[in-house]
Design a protein around this ligand. Structure first.
Ligand code: NAP
Length: 248
């Protein structure tokens, strides 16, 4: 299958948490800066986020609750014209995110063209809402997300050769368990949180099938400013590691 090379790039506490109170600690600030700087290292044309992360940090919150009823829209991919070749890929299987433009411009980040990732269950009203802002959308699955199909479409429709997946935990696990994650880039901050409710680097939600754990091979370790560490791992091919036999 032709698809982009996929890197998961995350900032975590010493106890593997990707959100929570530690994020605003002064000791986390220099490491968070390093995390941002390293984003450039991978030369990715696109960054993908899950629905919760999009809603919290990138989209205009949620779409209005009552969108006007619409005639039937074909469940067909829509690719808007773009004046940039940098993309934010927004997982939104149910079509709930809010928008006011087809680009996202964040301080210190290149202007990015939004690509909404939907499943066929979205309403006609939501498709009409995306059309209103001329936002690109791709269908990847009927009711559940098909990660492999999505990657194939990102390559063929947008020419994306290198994709960064940057959270949250459910999204990271979705791509890892689907066997389409190539590399993990983990920046660790010298703080511990200890709480049991914060999101971890990988989170297994109820809606995904049971899969065995995944093993990695260490590629590089570097000390960062502010006592941070940067770990680079590649994903070990399943089967070769013997995990299926061990767990099933
Ligand atoms: N430290 C860091 O580097 C970093 C980076 C990014 C995010 N974060 C943090 O991570 C937290 C959010 O993580 P999260 O795990 O709760 O949420 P998330 O991964 O951002 O979003 C999860 C949602 O995305 C959709 N989704 C993802 N994979 C799917 C699949 N295979 N099939 C169908 N739907 C799928 C689902 O939306 P629906 O439920 O609508 O179907 C799911 O509930 C936030 O607190 C954020 O700040 C931290």
């Amino acid at each position: 299958m032709e698809r982009p090379y996929v890197i998961c790039h995350m900032l975590s506490s010493l106890d593997g948490k990707i959100d929570g109170g530690y994020m605003s600690m002064p000791e986390n600030v220099p490491v968070r800066g390093e995390y941002g700087r390293l984003r450039e290292f991978f030369g990715c044309q696109a960054t993908l986020y899950g629905t919760v992360t999009m809603q919290g940090s990138y989209s205009a919150g949620l779409a209005p609750e009552s969108l006007p009823d619409q005639e039937k829209y074909p469940r067909k991919d829509y690719i808007a014209k773009s004046d940039v070749e940098n993309y934010i890929i927004s997982l939104d299987p149910q079509g709930i995110l809010g928008w006011n433009a087809k680009y996202i411009e964040k301080k210190g980040r290149p202007k990015a063209h939004v690509v909404e990732v939907l499943t066929e269950q979205v309403s006609d009203a939501y498709l009409s809402y995306l059309q209103k802002f001329d936002i690109s959308y791709l269908f990847a699955g009927k009711k559940t997300l098909d990660c492999a199909l999505l990657l194939q479409k990102l390559k063929t429709s947008f020419g994306i050769k290198r994709l960064m997946i940057a959270g949250g935990g459910v999204t990271n696990w979705s791509f890892l368990q689907a066997g389409v994650l190539d590399e993990l880039s983990l920046v660790i901050s010298p703080v511990a949180d200890g709480n049991t409710t914060s999101v971890s680097i990988f989170e297994w939600p109820d809606f995904l099938p049971v899969k065995p754990p995944v093993a990695f091979t260490l590629k590089e370790v570097k000390k960062l400013k502010g006592d941070g560490i940067w770990l680079r791992y590649t994903v070990k091919e399943r089967g070769k590691a013997g995990y299926e036999q061990l767990y099933f």
